[in-house]
Ligand binder design. Structure first.
Ligand code: ADP
Ligand code: MG
Length: 451
């Protein structure tokens, strides 16, 4: 009589289910699919080589006795591995550590909430996706969600905000975890070492929300990726929420297995960019407010224009300002901000100012920087060039000689001449003066007057 492989396997599962914990059954047996039954051999498909190795190591006897009791002593079991790409890392003996679940809340920074995450064009989509996930973990189309951004732009903040919100909305009903992927790797390796990774996998597959931060650190760690793949599949199949962050786009995650990358496409990939000027101002305002500090709006604008790297640098400057001001019992003034900026943000320097000024002034008068540096004697170009020299002298500490050099190697006397001409025009040409003042306002937003 021809036996149906599905029936055979479901009979086996009935036996197995009674022998092991529900968690282990869900993790290791539910994902298995039977494929065929031929010549006393049942073929089952497992999701990965790792999975197969795990079964062989932990459930060999159980599987053998089960098969024999259903198919008789001639019965055999064969595995087919779903994903062909397997790790070539040499196999280690299984090992492991426990998870201190009591410490899990300590993983979270209490300040990393949605309320404290200032919204702007640079992060609106990501914030709103993250908020809808927190309302309905695992039930939105954003599963998994992968948030990518350069360093200091809020990945960890948003990841933790989701956990805070889910904890707040669902209390103890849902099991949540935020984990940096380095820590995940470490736990896994320890688990392997202590021969207790079943506990590790059991713990992770029991979560309702897993936030794993900086997955770029999984690159090249094939065994960790395999276990993550297993956990990922398990959680995803049971509609549990997975949140990942990365410092680059998934496509650029070199060293991550293709099958993992292809899973990420199931959900939403979204990014965080550097906030624009207005959002930076809002961020600075909010940080100052939380510390009960008030400073002049001009100074806030000065900070906002000076830091174009990332939000962490903005925070660094604010923290340092607050520390200095309170230690020396001084108010936060322009000089303190300037020196703090110089210490923290290496990009604030006169070279940058010079480039910036040349670009801004050239484009204001609708020329290119090369036009300014050229030898052209065209009236309008000469005027724009002289304005640029004048303002650079005004707004930087560069010498006449250096300024001349930056205009196609002109002499310092050319710069002196430019200063005279511009002063003269400012006195005599009202139209020129108005236009010049608009330009100067524009520049002041970016470059502070020199000391
Ligand atoms: P990442 O993990 O991307 O390197 P973080 O999440 O650690 O960045 O963010 C760096 C710092 O900047 C954190 O202190 C965070 O609170 C803050 N931050 C980033 N974006 C915002 C924002 N939009 N509003 C308020 N604070 C922010
Ligand atoms: Mg981070």
């Amino acid at each position: 009589m021809l036996k149906d492989h599905k029936k055979i396997w479901s009979d086996c599962l009935k036996i197995i289910k009674n022998e092991i914990s529900e968690q282990s059954f869900k993790t290791w047996f539910q994902p298995i699919v039977s494929c065929q039954y031929k010549e006393d051999t049942l073929t089952i498909q497992v999701p990965s080589k790792f999975f197969y190795e795990w079964l062989e190591e932990n459930y060999l006897i159980l599987l053998r006795t089960t098969i024999n009791s259903i198919l008789g002593l001639k019965g055999k079991l064969k595995y087919s591995i779903k994903e062909e790409k397997v790790s070539d890392t040499p196999r280690k003996d299984p090992i492991y550590i426990g998870l201190e679940s009591t410490n899990l809340k300590a993983n979270l920074n209490p300040a990393y909430t949605f309320d404290n995450f200032i919204e702007g064009d640079s992060n609106r989509l990501t914030k709103s996706a993250a908020q809808s996930i927190a309302k309905n973990p695992g039930k939105t189309a954003f599963n998994p969600i992968i948030i990518h951004a350069k360093t200091g732009l809020g990945k960890t903040h948003v990841g933790q905000a989701i956990v805070h919100d889910v904890n707040h909305n669902f209390g103890n009903q849902l099991k949540t975890l935020y984990i940096p992927s380095e820590k995940f790797t470490h736990q896994f390796i320890e688990g392997v070492r202590n021969n207790s990774w079943q506990k590790f996998v059991g713990y992770y597959t029991s979560l309702d929300l897993l936030v794993i931060d900086d997955i770029q650190f999984l690159a090249g760690k094939d065994k960790t990726q395999e276990i993550f793949f297993t956990i990922f599949n398990h959680l995803h199949q049971s509609n549990k929420q997975i949140v990942m962050t990365s410092d680059c786009r998934p496509a650029d995650l070199a060293g991550l297995q293709q099958r993992l990358l292809s899973r990420f496409k199931w959900g939403l990939t979204t990014d965080l960019q550097m906030p624009n000027f207005e959002t930076r101002i809002a961020i600075i305002h909010s940080k100052l407010l939380r510390n009960n500090i008030r400073i002049d709006n001009n100074l806030i604008e000065y900070i906002a224009t000076s830091i174009e790297t990332n939000v962490r640098d903005i925070e660094g400057v604010i923290t340092s300002l607050i520390a200095h001001a309170s230690l020396n019992n001084k108010s936060i003034d322009y000089a303190l901000i300037k020196s703090t900026l110089e210490n923290i943000v290496s990009k604030v320097n006169t070279e940058l100012s010079l480039d910036y000024l040349q670009k801004t002034i050239a484009s204001y008068y609708k020329f290119s920087v090369n036009d300014l540096k050229s030898k052209s004697r065209k009236r309008e170009i000469v005027m724009a060039r002289q304005v640029a020299m004048y303002l650079i002298k005004e707004y930087t500490n560069l010498s006449l000689k250096t300024i001349g050099q930056h205009f196609g190697g002109k002499d310092h006397s050319t710069v002196i001449y430019a200063q005279k001409s511009i002063n003269n025009l400012l006195d005599t040409d009202r139209y020129f003066k108005t236009k010049f003042e608009v330009l100067e306002k524009l520049i002041k937003r970016k470059i502070p007057p020199k000391q």
